[in-house]
Ligand binder design. Sequence first.
Ligand code: PGA
Length: 253
Amino acid sequence: MKKYLIAGNWKMNLLQAETANLISQIKEGIQNKKIDDVDILICPPFTNLSIANKAIENSPIILGAQNMHFMPKGAFTGEISPEMLLDSGCRYVILGHSERRQYFKEDNELLIKKLQAAFDNNLIPILCIGETLEERQNNKTFEVLYNQITIIHNFSREQLTKLVIAYEPVWAIGTGLTASTEQIKEVHQWIADHIYAHFALQIPILYGGSMNDKNAKEILSTENVNGGLIGGASLKSEQFLKIIDAAIEIVGN
Ligand code: PGA
């Protein structure tokens, strides 16, 4: 039996009332379901963390954030510290999402500091890696993934036991295109092998990129896929719940 992590990346969406609403629908939807082997995580925008934390009370839903600064406090206008995330009820933080790499120029040097800060504060980082379409077409996929995953070598095996990796091919994010199960299988195997070879460790590897209620079962059934990082489909309770159902169904078999 395997355990899944079904994570919703809400990105820059939803206001406070919508947040409370969506969470209550998810709570209602998972009531009476056997979710012992499926962790459900939501990552709303910073401004909705407090209200989300209140809304998830008395439910198994876990809270995470989409980003953070690496410093504990100080003159960093507009930034949010790890301690602030903990204080808002977060247990996870998404780091290095391709949108942050692309629009906010996050690079390996910065991500090492953020990972360190996450480990130091007992926040579980979900490190996103993935190639662009151009890189895939030029047979650069594994070179790019290697350059992104290599930052984990700055950390100890013990620290990495708390790491989650999300493989998110950039060309599949928000586009409606999903990687084929062959492509997912190949990359997830490569990531699992890399981590096992260097650290004798197995960590959760999520897939992200246009995952939805229709393709979730197939993707989640793929070898070395331990869950999903879901954007668009995590904003609609029916879709998110169906993805959770797909995971429940697989672990139940
Ligand atoms: P998507 O986003 O599911 O809307 O493609 C996934 C992500 O960016 O994490």
